[in-house]
Design a protein around this ligand. Structure first.
Ligand SMILES: NC(=O)c1ccc[n+]([C@@H]2O[C@H](COP(=O)([O-])OP(=O)(O)OC[C@H]3O[C@@H](n4cnc5c(N)ncnc54)[C@H](O)[C@@H]3O)[C@@H](O)[C@H]2O)c1
Ligand SMILES: [Zn+2]
Length: 371
């Protein structure tokens, strides 16, 4: 549903009550008044990182201040290492100092790292205070900011400690995407291609038709891109919020091999973005889907071609690390009762969670992407 002036609103129907995702240029100016409609509390805490804070912190604080909020802001180091229990402890200290009571909201301003961390802290401080997410990366706009998964990492793995916790609203000011690094921008497109492959053939074609504009970061494409992604994710999480029926698991398409590639690449001097690893992971998942007799070769190549045209990797320089990749895949949370579960594509626009994946199919997938 489109709103006025290029603004779009998608409603996410999850308990305890539905919430809106607001999408469009210039929305950060509206943070204060929108939050004021939600809560009467006098105080709020904004959580951001060292890249986003200097760019957008002042604008967010000015809008909140004008709406009568007494605001504090905590700026944490940028990067996934910030998604830790140590950072959560630092935020609890800040919440205590700012006298954030049950009615006072926590606002995240940044990408998936800040959103996952601040959401987890909001879910656990006083057993839950109002939470609002202002998302500033493509990754968060099309994926992380919707669905209520909050988390911090643990030494044993990413996102091991967390909670399902829904925000009061998500605010996506598409103007913020202009300052994102080229790599972070493109990495987010991988999740958009993922949503299209698992759920929406027409959206896949939409990407194919606009790939040059998307790659060139034409910001006028962004509201529609984000809205369509949010709709797909919102529909899935509304039907399977807690990942119990297998539907939400479809969002892990490309992520079994992708996470293993992400971990393996994190060891070298050039760690990959999550979305870059998911891009190669999707190419592997397509190859496995072809080996399993589910996906046609023609469609697998169409998906790989779109990933490549988006400027994303279709192979990973990890031919030497094959056994480590397999071990990492087996350690993944998606291993249920000792068996790897894989999301396989049936065709563009439809995927299935598959419990019976033969080792030789996985080998075919790894042959394709580990170079
Ligand atoms: N909760 C979920 O369902 C879910 C889904 C997908 C990913 N995630 C999580 O999200 C995280 C990845 O998200 P991400 O890619 O947004 O990472 P991120 O938050 O680290 O942002 C990427 C980089 O861009 C910078 N940045 C953010 N916005 C900017 C802007 N507008 N201009 C300039 N720089 C900006 C950040 O400082 C950071 O350096 C991972 O921790 C992942 O686990 C969560
Ligand atoms: Zn992902």
């Amino acid at each position: 549903m489109s709103g006025d002036g290029g603004r779009r609103i998608v409603r996410v129907e999850t308990p305890p009550k539905p919430y809106p995702v607001l999408i469009g240029p210039g929305l950060l100016e509206e943070l204060g008044p929108r939050l004021r409609e939600e809560v009467r509390a006098p105080r709020t805490l904004v959580v951001t990182d060292a890249n986003v804070g200097p760019l957008y912190g002042e604008r967010a604080l000015a809008s909140l201040g004008a709406a009568g909020f007494d605001c504090s802001m905590v700026t944490l180091p940028a990067g996934d290492a910030t998604k830790s229990l140590d950072s959560a402890a630092r935020l609890y200290d800040a919440l205590a100092e700012a006298r954030i009571d049950r009615a006072s909201p926590v606002v995240s301003l940044g990408g998936g790292v800040v959103g996952d961390l601040a959401g987890f802290v909001a879910a656990t401080w006083l057993r839950g205070v109002p939470f609002v997410q202002c998302s500033t990366t493509v990754e968060a706009d099309v994926d992380a900011a919707v669905g209520g998964k909050t988390a911090v990492n643990h030494a044993s793995g990413k996102n091991m400690i967390g909670a399902f916790y829904q925000p009061r609203f998500v605010l996506i000011d598409t103007d913020t995407l202009s300052t994102l690094s080229a790599r972070d921008y493109l990495a987010g497109l991988a999740e958009s291609i993922k949503h299209a492959v698992i759920r929406d053939a027409a959206f896949f074609e939409w990407h194919e038709a606009r790939i040059a504009d998307l790659r060139a970061r034409r910001l006028d494409c962004m509201p529609e891109l984000i809205e369509r992604n949010v709709r797909i994710k919102a529909e899935i999480v509304a039907m399977d919020e807690r990942e119990t029926t297998g539907l939400r698991a479809l969002l892990n398409f490309g992520h079994t091999v992708g996470h293993a590639i992400e971990s393996a690449m994190a060891r070298g001097g050039d760690p990959w973005r999550h979305g870059e690893a998911v891009a190669a992971g999707m190419v592997a998942a397509c190859e496995i889907s072809v080996a399993a007799g589910r996906l046609s070769r023609v469609e697998a190549e169409r998906i790989a071609a779109l990933v490549e045209a988006a400027g994303l990797p279709v192979t990973a320089p990890l031919s030497h690390a094959r056994s480590r990749i397999l071990a990492l895949m087996n350690a993944d949370k998606k291993v249920a009762a000792g068996r790897l579960r894989f999301v396989l594509a049936d065709r563009i626009g439809q995927a299935t969670l598959c419990g019976e994946v033969r080792p030789e199919w996985i080998e075919a997938g790894l042959d394709r992407v580990l170079r």
